[in-house]
Write a protein that binds this ligand. Sequence first.
Ligand code: RNT
Ligand code: ZN
Length: 427
Amino acid sequence: MIFIYNPLIQFMSKEFDIAKEKYACIGVDVENVLDKLGKTPISMHCWQGDDVRGFETGAEDLGDGLAVTGNYPGRANTIEELKQDLEKAISLIPGDHRLNLHAIYGDFGGKFVDRDQIDWKHFQGWMDWCKSQKMGMDFNPSCFSHANAKSGLTLSSPDEGIRNFWIEHCKASRRIAAKAGEQLGSPCVTNIWIPDGMKDIPADRRAFRNRLKDSLDDILTEEFSSEHLQDAVECKLFGIGSESFVVGSHEFYMGYAIHKQMTLCLDAGHFHPTEGIADKISSVIDYIPRLLLHVSRGVRWDSDHVVIQDDATKSIFEELVRSNALDKTSIGLDFFDASINRIAAWVIGTTAAQKCLLAALLQPSNELSKFELEGDYTSRLALFEECKLLPVGEVWNEFCLRKNVPQGMDWLKEVKEYEKTVLSGRS
Ligand code: RNT
Ligand code: ZN
């Protein structure tokens, strides 16, 4: 790790002390906040590293509602390269995190292994890697980029053969996930997202939804310990090629998750462009055992831009803190940008989520709630505004220092160096 002299940071300690005092004046204990931040893992999605290609032999191009744009050089082409890139990113991100793997990222030994045939042995290498990195693992069946998804329908297909193929894939995925949860000693959150939908108006929406329900019921029959596996379902409003109808809508999966008492996944890019997921957190949290977030950034559509500290993301983390929902929530990332350095994308997106969480934790929530209960909305609004100028950055730098990662923008120099020495040599 190269640490470059940074004149802005040499006084950091003093500035942190001042920041700490400022927060104490408004009733915020910075040490408690740093502790909470350090104990909140972010599930880092493997698919930012290779544009959602995976390592299947004879892999299909990305499709079925998913699209990556950009052709920045240096994409990971092998499992080894992806691990190497992840290690680089992890070394620059403070705290302990998780790996979120898709089923197409297995080690298939150069052979064609169809999705309904995947086995935990194909993922033993990843489990070992997670163990070596002291990371938990999360998992996802991959119901896209496959000949059997070309109709745009998987678990809700009227074709029984297609439906069964994807049911078997999801069952196999749950077995792999449970194994990972067992080996790593932390439940593996396994999220089912399917692209199923229609470009144009369907004649019988209910039939598709009934088939999806039956498929899910079948997939979920095998029981696993909740210490090893946590099942989640992810909704969507529309996608490319499914503009008129998405089978797994928000209402469908919310009802299903409550009915089955399973995890509900909310992806920040899966609603109307003006609709955020922040307000949904306190609406659903008391009716489901756990919540999973796909922190993402849609720009005009579900474009999966790299997460930044924008208002939508800040609101998500504010709501997690204010609704006291952090302990019931798994936080995952879901973006894939091939137009910038992919390791930088991980670092920027992961730390942006952490910075939004930090800013939310540093707000005087007791004081704000007190004003609200007293009906003093004037003071509440004034304090909200005051919070925006508090020295969050000083606390962030201290967090990086304590977690032994570069501060400020020093991480970028390391990424540039890595680009020169490692990524530039890749095909
Ligand atoms: C797609 C969903 C889904 C995927 C990943 C690759 O719209 O958001 O979560 O992005 O599983
Ligand atoms: Zn998602």
